[in-house]
Design a binder for this molecule. Sequence first.
Ligand code: TXA
Ligand code: MG
Length: 353
Amino acid sequence: METIVVKTGEGQAGEQAVLRAGQIIRRGGLVAFPTETVYGLGGDACNPGSARRIYAAKGRPSDNPLIVHICRWEDIYKIADPVPEAAHKLAEAFWPGPLTIILKKTDFVPMETTGGLDTVAVRFPADRTALALIEAAGGFVAAPSANVSGRPSPTLARYVQEDMDGRIEMILDGGEVGIGLESTIVDLTGEKPMILRPGFVTKEMLEEVLGRVDVDKTILDKNSRLRPKAPGMRYRHYAPKGELTIVEGEAGTAARAICQKSREAKRAGEKVGIIATQETKALYLAQSMADSIKSVGNRSDEAAVGRSLYRILREFDDEGMTVIFSESFSDSGFGQAIMNRLFKAAGHRVEMV
Ligand code: TXA
Ligand code: MG
């Protein structure tokens, strides 16, 4: 299969491309598209065959449920029942936006889409291309992140192409995404709201709207043996090919320890990459002997760190790094999402200094 790549954006050509993409999805095909978080791999959420094709294209286990994307609030009633008061409040505060809500599903959603669960993940994204595509596709688009299972989620159409070329009908190229990490997932089917995956909408933001919110304990536990509640969080995700270690400690101490570890790894013949910050980059350039040093941005600028993390992990893969070191970041606010993805990428390899 040949995968067509089309740039979206303003103008008729972009609109035409989105309409064509909608047709493809209605007919059971797959189209990758930008959202404000990461690129999604979209298929018709009401078509069991589309779900099966999504799992095959990603190489993803079919018991890992897909998120259903909508473009109108009312459509939630077709796929979820009941729709509790808390869902109304969250929608009012954060939709359209980077938040996914888990609710009990209706029969409208096939079991193939929800990986056999009787609950459904619902997301109303903010990205304009995403919204136009969902509309053109009939209103219900099942979409996991558009990466091959086990690779970082794509933040650029180029990365979607790397993973999905020849496996899907079309890629809508809307440039670099804004947030760079997947949506926050909050489960409203239990006694208390629970965060299953941290994201740009933070615990604090959710608590302002809902009162107390629990967090799935496995999310930030460095050595967790517990089973995460979101099936997808159980797999080793976001894994770079090189062995990533997070070095945790006071920033200056951690940076000096990384320099030393990097020199040792170089002596052992490894190709070393370092995830640096603006504050520490110069030190690494002078002292680490690392092959590749990439800054995620200013340590205090969490939005920048979130946006560049997956791109840097992919670049290290492309450059053939065999060992990667990263500083750790604050785990409050959006930092919780950043550290959660870093821990997973590191397979929970953390060294305290
Ligand atoms: O930002 C995002 O959410 C992106 C964009 C494309 O919208 N999508 C995304 O989808 O990250 P995916 O499939 O890569 O991650 C969905 C996560 C998985 O961990 C999955 O197990 C969980 O959501 N999930 C989906 N439905 C669920 C359900 N009914 N109950 C619990 N977890 C669910
Ligand atoms: Mg994913």
